[in-house]
Design a protein around this ligand. Structure first.
Ligand code: GLN
Length: 440
């Protein structure tokens, strides 16, 4: 079979190739010299499969795409409170290099604009780190996200540093507000080294897939940063990652993303894939023109907009029926699919409505997953019913509820048959014993 996904990527690249609008970044002379025809795109799944088309192994500097990853490192190293005290999470609606800080606190508005990213760079590692050790930590962290050792481009770094007047101005301003506590020049030097790390489109797709995979690199298996950090980073990418085009991006593409002035662009679709594109010509916001078009295509062709509402899952309550009669009659609620809050709510209603018998079996045989809130809701309901004197059976052969709580509330069985027959035929008594056991 001809591979479907690479064929699709080749076709989409052909569609955007003819667009030669925009221009490579001019304010970093070395970037202006980049070959503007370069074009690549890659998907990396959270299982570590990489699909690509075009120049996916050409190296270029990561630039601002480093920002979300270094933000993740600072959050992991210093904790949320100390990072949030220095850098906010509000979209700025301004260009990435705007010299602007929050009026009362002097904090940069968010970590995706330069003022925020320069501050974030200073928050990596412990407070007493030497600038060179901090850079080493940053490059090591970026390498862990990519699962290969990354290096910097000295020519681009020197070229940017020779023209870093705006970034230096921002750093001095941050220092005057007490947001930066270290030498302003040293921090900008470190931040510029961070921006000059060389990556390929393939690397960026894997880095994005690490975010999509709750912080675990799909190739190395390394948990690079903790899960709560990833949620914070993806949220900020969603609202601020595309600078003053963030609103357009959120509505039209709807994928947490980050661009860089060398022409790279990443997106992370939580629980699914990391996407990366590379094409050096930029629009007026500093985002890759063809990269943006590619993402617009992916979002609409493949339903990747995060706000697309998934087709409503099949009803969680598959059936409700009663077996037997008299005191041994058993009501069976057969559940199915994945259960979240809304699904659990419908189960609670079905339990209320159908609970005419003294004995109830919740059959989870066809349930493939249940989230934390749904699990707690169901266990709370079964607990209340057992306290009211009912006997509840949990038919859970695959242990989708691995630990149904403190025992005594429920009788766990592998099949509905067991709930109907000995040794559970006298289940009322059995259950009674267990409840009494609880009180001992
Ligand atoms: N190194 C660049 C700068 O600080 C990064 C900007 C970007 O990629 N948007 O200006």
């Amino acid at each position: 079979m001809r591979p479907i996904i690479p064929d699709y990527l080749i076709e989409v690249l052909k569609d955007v190739e003819s667009d030669t609008s925009g221009a490579p970044a001019g304010y970093i002379p070395e970037l202006a010299a980049a070959d503007p025809e370069r074009l690549g795109v890659a998907f990396a799944t959270i299982e570590g499969e990489v699909y690509g088309a075009g120049d996916i192994d050409t190296e270029f500097t990561i630039q601002s795409i480093s920002k979300p990853f270094v933000y993740a490192m600072a959050l992991s190293d210093r904790g949320f409170d100390s990072v949030l005290a220095r850098v906010g999470v509000e979209p700025s609606g301004e260009a990435f290099n705007q010299i602007s800080l929050e009026r009362d606190t002097g904090r940069p508005l968010n970590p995706m604009i330069n003022a925020g990213a320069i501050t974030v760079h200073s928050l990596v590692g412990t407070a007493d780190l030497e600038p060179s050790a901090r850079v080493a930590r940053v490059i090591g962290g970026l390498s862990a996200f990519a699962s290969r050792p990354l290096a910097t481009d000295e020519t681009v770094r020197a070229s940017e540093m020779a023209h870093a007047h705006r970034n230096l101005a921002m750093a001095h301003m941050l220092r005057s507000h007490g947001i930066l506590t270290e030498d302003a020049h040293a921090v900008v030097d470190g931040y510029t080294r961070q921006c000059s790390v060389l990556v390929t489109t393939r690397d960026l797709a894997i880095m994005a897939a690490t975010l999509a995979n709750r912080g675990t690199n799909p190739l190395s298996g390394e948990q690079v940063v903790p899960e709560p950090v990833v949620r914070q980073v993806l949220s900020v990418m969603f609202s601020c990652g595309m600078y003053d085009a963030a609103g357009d991006w959120a509505t039209q593409v709807g994928i947490p993303a980050k661009s860089g002035v060398a022409g790279g662009l990443i997106g992370a679709l939580p629980g699914q894939i990391g996407i990366a594109a590379f094409s050096p010509r930029l629009d007026r916001h500093g985002n890759s023109v063809r990269g943006v078009s590619l993402f617009e295509r992916f979002s609409s062709d493949m339903g990747m907009h995060l706000m697309d509402i998934p087709t409503i899952a099949r009803a969680v309550v598959r059936s409700s029926h009663t077996i037997g009669s008299g005191p041994h009659a058993l009501q069976i609620l057969e559940l199915q699919g994945g259960i979240g809050f809304a699904g659990a709510e419908s189960v609670l209603r079905a339990m209320d409505a159908s609970f005419l018998e003294n004995r109830l079996a919740l059959d989870l045989t066809r349930v493939h997953s249940i989230d934390d809130v749904a699990r707690r809701m169901l266990l709370e309901a079964t607990s209340r019913l057992t306290l009211d004197g009912h006997d509840i059976y949990l038919v859970d052969p695959e242990s989708v509820i691995p630990d149904p709580g403190d025992g005594g509330r429920l009788t766990e069985v592998d099949t509905v048959h067991q709930a109907m027959n000995p040794p559970y035929a006298t289940a009322q008594h059995g259950s009674q014993r267990r409840r009494e056991g609880l009180g001992q």
